[in-house]
Design a binder for this molecule. Structure first.
Ligand code: BTN
Length: 256
């Protein structure tokens, strides 16, 4: 693929027509020695995984890939790498012509409150050593929502529904990876996540929204105020400010 313009990552793409999950396969291959820049791409997945052990419907036409990153920014930065990736997906979609991509914490990509892409970042450890981070990205690209298999759990859209035309999986893959490279470079050069956090804030539809946080069996409502330097969502609740790092968040409409 000659559309990569990376300086830090050295992309090496392995394409499969069908796999269970590109994240699962990438994890196995990293354990066997594949390094940063390795990318598993699949035409479809039979057991695509989302956050919180949910499934990710992966019919043909979508973009499904997993990128291996070295734990160069530390293990604790897995949530921050997720934020980097979400910003990169939003920018990649904009470059394809999709308007108004917004980020919902932690790293869903929405267009007009409908989900168009999701990210699952997972650390790979050997013993107590983190040897890599897998960034798994799924974009509903050339799969119209009305043709998706049953089981969608939230309002959904796709690139083809937004643009009315097919777009290139390869072009979107390259532009997302190129954007990740730019953002990682920024973090390394400035030795800080400040620019990434600011970009995420700019693209976010969560900040300023009333939200419901679901954690284990409890829910709590509040107003999303900001994200913290660890990538947590800072929410003002009746009990004061709380930092949410692992929960799930839904946006509430004004009247709820
Ligand atoms: C989510 O929104 O919960 C995250 C969805 C992540 C889906 C992608 S598709 C490519 C990669 N392989 C997987 O099994 N999951 C991720």
């Amino acid at each position: 693929m000659d559309c990569f313009k990376t300086e830090i990552l050295q992309p090496q793409v392995q394409y499969y027509e069908i796999v269970d999950s590109t994240n699962t396969l990438a994890k196995e291959l990293v354990a066997k020695g594949e390094k940063e820049g390795f990318i598993v791409v699949a035409g479809s997945q039979t057991a695509g995984r989302g956050r919180k052990e949910r499934s990710w419907l992966s019919p043909k036409g979508g973009l499904y890939f997993s990128l291996v990153l070295a734990p160069r920014l530390g293990f604790e930065s897995v949530p921050l790498l997720g934020l980097i990736s979400a910003c990169a997906v939003a920018r990649g979609l904009t470059a394809l012509g999709v308007r108004n991509s917004k980020l919902k914490w932690p790293n869903d990509v929405l267009v007009g409150n409908r989900k168009i892409a999701g990210i699952l970042s997972e650390a790979v450890s050997v013993g107590d050593q983190t040897v890599g981070v897998i960034i798994g990205i799924g974009v509903n690209q050339n799969c119209p929502v009305e043709q998706m298999p049953p089981g969608l759990k939230w309002p959904t859209t796709s690139v083809i529904d937004e643009l009315g035309t097919e777009t290139s999986n390869e072009e979107l893959l390259c532009s997302i990876v190129n954007e990740i490279d730019i953002l990682i470079r920024n973090v390394e050069e400035s030795n800080s996540y400040d620019d990434v956090l600011n970009l995420w804030r700019e693209l976010s539809s969560t900040i300023g929204s009333r939200v419901r946080i679901h954690e284990d069996d409890t829910t709590i409502d509040g107003l999303a105020k900001d994200i913290g330097s660890d990538g947590s969502l800072i929410v003002e609740t009746d009990e004061g400010l709380i930092h949410v790092l692992l929960g799930d968040v839904s946006h509430l409409r004004e009247q709820e």
